[in-house]
Write a protein that binds this ligand. Structure first.
Ligand code: IPM
Ligand code: MG
Length: 368
């Protein structure tokens, strides 16, 4: 049997820097665990635009459809701000999500004990936090039609459309319920059913799926604005949160920050099962391309490394090896190894991106 295949798309800004550390971890698995991947690498985002005039070349898109998993760094940067919307770096990422039909975006927000004091919230509010936001990723206002900027009389009008079909809601609800069963068995669904028809339908469909298939899971509903408030007030009340594309975008940034640093959080975007039974999948850190620190060896590679750990778990059935990576990360944090984003009020000397990689590799070695 051939090795499992990985397509690596480092992207822009700090993407290539953090991905370089992931490549070292991948090599480590080949050398030390006998787990080898067929790795190919390609462009996405601004760098793809620079080379091909498009943020995602058709050949790259085709390759992404073939591989067992895609690993993406980050896209975007100020250099591309004035580009036409249709070729902005972000369109490359959105095309991957849409054409691979990666409808369930898993964004864990986990607080590492060593970092509990880095949160903007009090330690007891965040210590031990472990929640999972399941964000719908291929529909809603990100993709709804009509959209655009049109002229109406003597002024311009900006239009986006929030649109959800029953089946789109039902399938992401199922993903959330399935995950909850493997965790603390609780799902909180967030929308704005008080204001939006799409929210009314969301609530109805989630309730129907729950009653028909997942009555053993505890389900609650919350308006998304109240959800944001509750996430900052007492986040540990949540286990799995399921929500739409835009609310999920906002709430996952909020949840990420509770844990102390955006540089820590991975994500998995999963679609329907392929012929081999595994879901189509793309893994990426929640953070962006951070152009302000790009090229300075300051970036924290942990979110990207933990994204690879999620790939081990969700695409390759290597949950034990995923946990090995997660424990290695926990270990270096407990040892006080810190990149610049993890400098608390008391300061200290930050390590470089590759020194963080070194430390994690050493912890992996020690785990054998
Ligand atoms: C995210 C990002 C993206 C989004 C951008 C880069 C298109 O913010 O993954 O959360 O809005 O979905
Ligand atoms: Mg976002």
């Amino acid at each position: 049997m051939s090795n499992p295949s990985l397509l690596i798309l480092p992207g822009d800004g700090i993407g290539p820097e953090v991905m370089a550390e992931v490549r070292r971890i991948i090599d480590w698995f080949g050398a030390r665990r006998g787990i080898a991947f067929d790795v190919s690498e390609d462009l996405v985002g601004g760098c793809a635009y620079d080379k091909h005039g498009t943020p995602l070349h058709d050949d790259t898109m085709a390759r992404a459809q073939e591989v067992d998993a895609v690993l993406l760094g980050a896209v975007g940067g100020p250099k591309y701000d004035s580009l036409d919307f249709s070729v902005k770096p972000e369109r490359g990422l959105l095309r991957l999500r849409k054409e691979m039909d990666l409808y369930a975006n898993l964004r864990p927000a986990q607080c590492f004990d060593a970092l509990a004091d880095f949160s903007s919230l009090k330690r007891d509010v965040v210590a031990g936090l472990d929640i999972m936001i399941v964000r719908e990723l291929t529909s809603g206002i990100y993709f709804g039609e009509p959209r655009g900027i049109i002229r109406e009389g003597n002024e311009r009008v900006g239009i986006n459309t929030q649109r959800y079909t029953e089946s789109e809601i039902a399938r992401v609800a199922r993903s959330a319920f399935e995950l909850a069963r493997k965790r603390s068995n609780r799902v909180c669904s967030m929308e704005k059913a008080n204001v939006m028809e799409s929210g009314v339908l969301w609530r109805e469909v989630v309730t129907e799926v729950h009653q028909a298939e997942y009555a053993d899971v505890e389900l609650s509903h919350m308006y998304a604005d109240a959800g944001a408030m509750q996430l900052t007030r007492w986040p540990k009340q949540f286990d799995v949160i399921v929500t739409d594309n835009l609310f999920g975008d906002l709430l996952s940034d909020l949840a990420a920050m509770l844990t102390g640093s955006l540089g820590m959080l991975p994500s998995a975007s999963l679609g329907a099962p392929m012929a081999n039974g595994r879901p189509k999948a793309l893994y990426e850190p929640v953070h962006g391309s951070a152009p302000d620190i790009a090229g300075k060896a300051l970036a924290n590679p942990i979110a990207c490394i933990l994204s690879f750990a999620m790939a081990l778990r969700y695409s390759f059935d290597l949950g034990e090896e995923a946990a090995r990576v997660e424990r290695a990360v926990e270990k270096v944090l407990a040892d006080g190894v810190r990149t610049a984003d993890l400098m608390g009020p008391e300061g200290g000397t930050p390590v470089s991106t590759s020194a963080m990689g070194d430390a994690i590799l050493a912890a992996l070695d020690a785990s054998l």
